[in-house]
Write a protein that binds this ligand. Structure first.
Ligand code: DGL
Length: 279
């Protein structure tokens, strides 16, 4: 069981930003990834629908032998995590709580911005976790729905249109003089440079994936599920590199292209991406 893969899922390609972080922090862990590319975006869907999709995918990942589940999607973490935790008896972790924890540690002036999908922002979940961690913080949320299609189109970094969209979305957060901004959607770390440019160098950007990978390690240790391949402990030379498996529900080729800009080049080879659809 220890060397079984970690099941990771997202509504599409964005969750690979979390996979990348897990690869870096837990290099001995194998992963089985599911990107629900046929049904993306989750960010404008109802809670019931996102819970149903999440439960379907977790069932599939468990049938494929996953030892634990990472919900690498802010929207699904926001609305489905607590419900699916009750349904499945393997450890399940989301990205929201770790992201909130990291932001509360980073802020100096107690003014924190959170950007995410409409569903994530409407859920108010970052706000809830942040205020539980530190009741003195003030949280400003802003949904940025156009960021996801811009990333999927590959309009990252230096693109003038992306910058214009970012300026429009982020103007009100700048006016609030936040010093910390949570990138509360898996796609947003890919827009990091433009978001930093718009917000200015003084604003610290928090990528929840970093803290999620750290907490995943504690969770695996607690459940005695850390891989014996040597997950991040000690000398990297001792780690035998694991195999990762990737599934999507549609558009394997487009997924491969986007994945190539997120993951290390050697990760995705030829026929590695398989298609799995749900009724
Ligand atoms: N993965 C989603 C999230 O992190 C963004 C894309 C979507 O709306 O499905 O919220």
């Amino acid at each position: 069981m220890k060397d079984a893969p970690i099941g990771v899922f997202d509504s599409g390609v964005g969750g690979l930003t979390v996979v990348k972080e897990i690869m870096e922090q837990l290099p001995g862990e194998a992963m089985i990834y599911f990107g629900d590319t046929a049904r993306v975006p989750y960010g404008n869907k109802s809670e019931e629908t996102v819970v149903r999709y999440s439960a379907q995918i977790i069932r599939f990942l468990l049938a494929e032998g996953a030892k634990t589940i990472v919900i690498a999607c802010n929207t699904a973490s926001a609305v489905a995590l607590e419900r699916v935790k009750k349904e499945f008896d393997v450890p399940v972790i989301g990205v929201v709580k770790p992201g909130a924890k990291a932001a509360a540690e980073v802020t100096r002036n107690g003014k924190i911005g959170v950007i995410g999908t409409e569903t994530t922002i409407r859920s108010g979940i970052y706000h809830t976790f942040l205020q539980k961690t530190d009741p003195n913080v003030t949280v400003y949320g802003k949904a940025c729905p156009l960021f996801v299609p811009l990333v999927e189109e590959g309009w990252l970094g230096e693109d003038a249109i992306t910058e214009q969209v970012a300026r429009r979305y982020l103007a009100e957060l700048s006016e609030q003089e936040i010093d910390t901004l949570v990138l509360g959607c898996t796609h947003y770390p890919l827009l990091r440079s433009v978001i930093q440019k718009v917000m200015g160098e003084k604003v610290r950007l928090v990528n929840p994936a970093v803290e999620t990978a750290r907490e995943l390690k504690y969770l695996l240790e607690e459940h005695h599920l850390l891989s014996e391949r040597g997950s991040g402990a000690g000398n990297a030379k001792e780690i035998s590199r694991p195999e990762h498996t990737f599934f999507v529900s549609d558009g394997a080729e487009k997924f491969r292209q986007l994945a190539a800009s997120i993951l290390p080049a050697a990760t995705l080879r030829g026929e590695d991406i398989r298609v799995k659809t749900f009724e």
